[in-house]
Design a protein around this ligand. Structure first.
Ligand code: SF4
Length: 338
């Protein structure tokens, strides 16, 4: 498989009055052409900062700072070395992004059709009429009924689900190689969430766009993602294929995320698991495992030394002392390492 995106040693800090917040602390990953990678974790884990870094949408150089050792390669070109003109071409034409709340991303004073047409005129050099015709085709592609009529309406005339479909149409209008979807369904009802995820999956299959899906909800990604990487306190703590992460998870934080996903087969009788405690302060990140304060399996070594990633298969790895070959075996709870 050919890599389209290669993120190497991403380190991002925010300079605040309280001190330097190390929001992302050495994250590396890649995205292959046409695949879907899910980045999962709770609020503040660094997943959105990671996705915004790829688009260079952080307020750099202050208060956000991407460290000099980081490389973000798109088709082997370092995004961090691009000038404004190159970045404008990249955003929209090569990499597009959709956000959680389409109402704040759409222009309330412009019709939906014109908003889709705008990027076609800028990036694909179409004239106004060609762009408006293409906009209607895009609205049909994302299953908006009466697309001809809807193209002349404003965002407030669309329902939440239709607004998110319109955002997807704008994002895909220029046929980008990569689509970054940051919590695309969080603001929507459960049934609409499922429809939007199905739509992303279908479009990804038909158009061959590679997708990075950023979410706090592991349940959302099960049917869509090829691979999953779980982030906690600015680092990747586990990654693997979707089957590996769902059926053979190896990090206690992933176990906690999975326990908090509602399951149909229990008929909603189970009380959902809620992980206690809070993530560590990233102004002074812990020297050991960042999950130690909330982990029921925590050993002495966990508080003192950050575990390296242990390779569990070609595609699966976890940063946890329970999986490490050098872990003190007497501290490993029975059964968890099998
Ligand atoms: Fe828990 Fe230790 Fe593993 Fe961290 S390294 S997740 S504290 S067992």
């Amino acid at each position: 498989m050919e890599k389209i995106l290669d993120v190497q040693d991403l380190k991002v800090s925010f300079h605040t009055y309280a001190g330097e917040v190390q929001a992302v602390r050495g994250v590396s990953f890649y995205l292959n052409k046409g695949e879907t990678l899910a980045i999962v974790g709770e609020s503040g884990c660094g997943k959105t900062v990671t996705s915004k870094s790829i688009m260079r949408l952080l307020p750099e150089p202050m208060p956000a700072e991407i460290k000099k050792t980081t490389k973000i390669l798109f088709n082997k070109n370092d995004i961090l070395k691009m000038n404004e003109k190159e970045l404008r071409k990249l955003r929209g034409a090569d990499i597009s992004m959709i956000f959680q709340d389409p109402m704040t991303s759409l222009n309330p004073t412009m019709t939906i059709g014109k908003q889709i047409a705008e990027s076609l005129i800028i990036h694909r050099g179409m004239n106004k009429q060609e762009a408006l015709d293409e906009a209607i085709k895009m609205l049909k592609l994302v299953n908006i009924p009466n697309a001809d009529k809807r193209a002349n309406q404003y965002p407030h005339e669309f329902s939440g689900g239709m607004r998110q479909r319109a955002m997807i149409a704008i994002a895909l209008a220029c046929n980008p190689k990569v689509l970054i979807a940051d919590e695309p369904t969080t603001a929507l009802d459960v049934t609409i969430q499922a429809q939007i995820m199905d739509l992303i999956k279908e479009l990804q299959k038909n158009l061959g766009t590679a997708v990075i899906l950023v979410t706090h909800d592991l349940g959302v990604v099960a049917d869509v993602a090829d691979r999953i990487q779980v982030m906690y306190a600015g680092v990747v703590i586990e990654r693997g294929t979707t089957d590996e992460v769902f059926y053979n998870p190896k990090h206690p934080y992933t176990w906690a995320l999975l326990k908090s996903v509602p399951r149909l087969e229990t008929g909603n009788k189970d009380v959902l698991y809620a992980l206690g405690g809070t993530p560590p302060d990233l102004i002074k990140p812990p020297i050991g495992c960042p999950f130690a304060a909330r982990c029921e399996y925590c050993m002495e070594i966990c508080k003192e030394i950050m575990p390296e990633a242990t390779k569990l298969s070609e595609t699966h790895e976890a940063k946890c002392w329970l999986q490490h070959p050098l872990a003190p075996k007497e501290g490993v709870p029975e059964g968890v390492n099998e």
